[in-house]
Design a protein around this ligand. Structure first.
Ligand SMILES: Nc1nc2c(c(=O)[nH]1)N[C@H]1C(S)=C(S)[C@@H](COP(=O)(O)OP(=O)(O)OC[C@H]3O[C@@H](n4cnc5c(=O)[nH]c(N)nc54)[C@H](O)[C@@H]3O)O[C@H]1N2
Ligand SMILES: Nc1nc2c(c(=O)[nH]1)N[C@H]1C(S)=C(S)[C@@H](COP(=O)(O)OP(=O)(O)OC[C@H]3O[C@@H](n4cnc5c(=O)[nH]c(N)nc54)[C@H](O)[C@@H]3O)O[C@H]1N2
Ligand code: SF4
Ligand SMILES: [Mo]
Length: 712
């Protein structure tokens, strides 16, 4: 039922229902659903009904149930808008495209080809992500393209590539979770962030799986754990060294697996021999006894799975911390088997697919490298350009925004992201954007970033935009786009094609459907690590999704990875010794608390969409500060009162929530609000040197009750 279906087609004053098959626009589970539009007496109401599918098994969470509220919201941008004397005024598409052509051309003439930057997001479809990479390199000829996934998946992606030779979120299918006898959930709040996956874990518990959660806070996820390690923020790599110490000393290693399937074990063994459990306990805040209990439970279990998410990864050592969790899977041989594996829980709807096809500064489609001559030659041939015309590697998302601040990049095209709220050290980002000669933002709403634009382009929503998205399991799914675009709204891929054509690149951008783009993506990814060649729209529709890698149309797609070998040329996984890293910013007398950041169930990322859903907003109308009662008392903070939270970079105002759920030395603020409550005004811009992930999860702050007039 993929076409718009009119159950009753009657005159206006009577009732008519339209059923739209779709997928939730939010997280990486990609729950399928139907949205029913009921039109009665000129008034429209909507209802979402879950559809069965292999990931969510017919479940929907509160965000999915109410997603349509933003898509049909009166705040939707319906036509292009240009800023004139500080006010947005409506212009036609042809004027908008002409303006982009004029400004982009002028900027590149004045400041060079690389003075233009393209900043994307992983909410877009695979087709748009692919086209955006091609757009930057072929239409604009700039090396500067990166995307919000840098803030999301870069640590786990880099770790997966280095350790396994491939970056696919989960190495197993979700359906295997109930068969795992021990699970480590590290820095992941599945109950709030991928709620429809919870039944897999509760089923595992019914099968007597032992669940270990690692999180500085008690959350709805840690509540299902048998053991909660309430870690000091940023200390996961060290904690895993402690776990490895016990695993080695008590003989839970799988020597055969290590010898046959891995390399680098000796260096790790030597490194772990220098580790002292008491020291680990002291620096992580987890007792020796708890470390031993966790290591023994995982070590002894017949099968085991480890999941990490942003709590471990959004650190200045996120890459190495993930490597250490992967070490744990490898030395115990708990990977590549049913119920045994590692998974980085992907974040955004297309967090997986949008990182595979050239959306990253150093990457070409199919996970090819922009620095590898063979990879360049292959993609240049598919695109029909000279390899020498293909730009080189650009810089990561935050570094690109720094270049904007330094006026090295003077024109920016933002598509599907709100960096003014989502980037660390957001004050600097905002200052930088003010200096641009030209900022274009394609969005559904006037986000905090779009507000600063010279030109806003109206983009389509999930109900309107057809395409494929790859879920956290690596399953490529098809989302129909049955709703007609409101007003003059266009799909992202149409916008890119129109701009490219205006820039004289018609030969490379004359696509007339998303499926046509997907067909080119298949070819461009062929033979790459993320090989989509065997996947077609027809196959996805028939099979309800196809796993990559899938090199040919008769290939079934790979559900479970690494059963017999890893993806490196020698088939072996890489083990590496990891130091006891500490966060780059430490607390001191002036800033005596750690701030960590994250999510709540009802809102999504910078909240541009969910704050426009009345049902979701009503549940969490403002941001807050989670603070331990003893800490609150020490700083004279009462429950539900306004607090100024300040770091070296700025300050915000949020309401206190006094709770024993959080460590005494740590406070927590969610990331879903802008302006005064934009937590990124205070987070640290320090990046992981390997993957350029910002350390969103730790910075040093002070808190003060807000009384009277306070300067911020
Ligand atoms: N409701 C909702 N769901 C979402 C999203 C959303 O915005 N809202 N966003 C989607 C996206 S894009 C993403 S990336 C995912 C994110 O999904 P998660 O990574 O699960 O979400 P977070 O809340 O950012 O962080 C998870 C946990 O890490 C903990 N943590 C903080 N510091 C540390 C630390 O140093 N070590 C450890 N071990 N844990 C720590 C936090 O307390 C938090 O409970 O969610 C996706 N789903
Ligand atoms: N402090 C702190 N900061 C964080 C994080 C954290 O845990 N703590 N998490 C980081 C993570 S994991 C992520 S993923 C980033 C996300 O950060 P952002 O990239 O800023 O994410 P969104 O809020 O989803 O912004 C998406 C914007 O695109 C629009 N949009 C949605 N769909 C489409 C579409 O299909 N086309 C177009 N053109 N526009 C669309 C939305 O209306 C919205 O304005 O934030 C990061 N920032
Ligand atoms: S937010 Fe995630 S879990 Fe909730 S309905 Fe959407 S895709 Fe499913
Ligand atoms: Mo994310």
């Amino acid at each position: 039922m993929n076409v718009r279906q009119h159950l009753h087609s009657k005159p206006l004053e009577e009732k008519s229902n339209t059923v739209m098959d779709t997928q939730c626009p939010f997280c990486s589970v990609q729950c399928k659903m139907q949205v029913i539009e009921v039109q009665e007496k000129g008034r429209k109401t909507y209802q979402a009904i879950p559809l069965d599918n292999p990931a969510s098994q017919g479940r929907l969470c509160i965000k999915g149930m109410n997603a349509h509220q933003h898509a049909v919201h009166p705040d939707r941008i319906l036509y292009p808008m240009r800023k004139v004397d500080g006010e947005f005024v409506r212009i036609s598409w042809s004027e908008a495209i002409r303006l982009i052509k004029e400004m982009f051309t002028r900027i590149q003439q004045e400041d060079g080809l690389d003075a233009l930057g393209v900043y994307g997001g992983a909410t877009v479809t695979n087709e748009t992500a692919y086209l955006l990479g091609k757009f930057a390199r072929v239409a604009l000829k700039t090396k500067h393209i990166d995307y919000n996934g840098r803030y999301c998946m870069s640590a786990a992606a880099t770790a997966g590539n280095k350790a396994f030779g491939i970056d696919r979120g989960l190495t197993n299918q979700l359906s295997e979770i109930p068969f795992s006898k021990c699970m480590i959930l590290a820095g992941t709040n599945i109950a709030e962030c991928q709620p429809t996956l919870m039944p897999y874990f509760t089923q595992a518990k019914e099968n007597r799986s032992f669940i270990i959660a690692i999180d500085p806070r008690e959350t709805a996820t840690t509540k299902i754990a048998d053991l909660h390690l309430k870690i000091k923020p940023g200390m996961d790599a060290a904690l895993v060294n402690g776990l490895l110490k016990v695993i080695f000393e008590e003989g839970y290693v799988d020597q055969t697996f290590i010898a046959d399937r891995t390399k680098g074990f000796e260096a790790l063994q030597e490194h772990i021999s220098t580790i002292e459990l008491e020291h680990i306990a002291e620096i992580t805040g987890i007792s020796v006894k708890q470390i031993q209990t966790a290591a023994r439970a995982y070590g002894k279990a017949e099968t085991g799975m480890i999941f990490t998410a942003r709590g471990v990864e959004q650190q200045t050592d996120g890459y190495m911390a993930v490597r250490n969790f992967i070490n744990l899977s490898l030395v115990t041989g708990k990977i590549g088997k049913i119920g045994s594996g590692y998974g980085a829980i992907t974040g955004q709807g297309n967090g997986q697919g949008a990182r595979e096809h050239g959306h990253k500064a150093d990457q070409l489609p199919g996970y090819r490298s922009i620095e590898n001559p063979e990879h360049r030659a292959y993609v240049a041939k598919v695109w029909g350009i000279d390899e020498q015309d293909l730009p080189g590697k650009g810089v990561s998302a935050y570094e690109m925004l720094e270049k904007v601040y330094q006026q090295e990049i003077t024109g920016l095209f933002v598509i599907s992201s709100n960096p003014v709220v989502s980037s660390p050290n957001a004050n600097l980002v905002e200052e930088g954007l003010k200096k641009l000669k030209f900022l274009v933002v394609a969005d559904m709403f006037v986000s905090e970033t779009a507000r600063m634009a010279d030109l806003i382009l109206p983009a389509s929503s999930y109900l309107e935009n057809e395409g494929t998205l790859t879920n956290l399991e690596g399953r490529v799914t098809y989302r129909p786009g049955n709703r007609e675009c409101p007003g003059e709204v266009k799909h992202d891929w149409q916008i890119l094609c129109e701009v490219a054509i205006a820039l004289g690149k018609e030969t490379y951008f004359s696509f007339s459907s998303a499926e046509e783009i997907f067909h080119e993506l298949r070819i461009a990814s062929r033979g790459g690590i993320a090989d989509y060649y065997g996947i077609t729209y027809d196959r996805i529709k028939q099979e309800g999704g196809v796993y990559w890698p899938c090199p040919s149309q008769d290939h079934p797609g790979a559900g479970r990875l690494f059963e017999t070998s890893f993806a490196h040329p020698d088939g072996k996984a890489e083990i590496v010794a990891v130091d006891n890293h500490v966060p780059k910013e430490q607390m001191n007398d002036q800033f005596p608390l750690y701030l960590t950041t994250g999510r709540v169930m009802t809102h999504y990322l910078t909240g541009v969409q969910t704050r426009r859903s009345h049902t979701l907003l009503a549940r969490d109308v403002e941001s807050y500060l989670e603070i331990h009662p003893k800490t609150a008392k020490k700083y004279r903070i009462e429950d539900a009162s306004l607090v100024k939270v300040e770091s070296r970079r700025g300050s915000i105002i949020v309401r206190s929530k006094v709770t024993e759920d959080i460590r005494e030395d740590t406070v927590f603020v969610p990331m879903h609000w802008g302006d005064l409550q934009n937590v990124n005004k205070i987070t640290n811009q320090a990046l992981d040197p390997n993957c350029k992930m910002p350390g969103f999860k730790v910075c040093a702050v002070k808190v003060n009750p807000l009384v009277g007039t306070v300067s911020i």
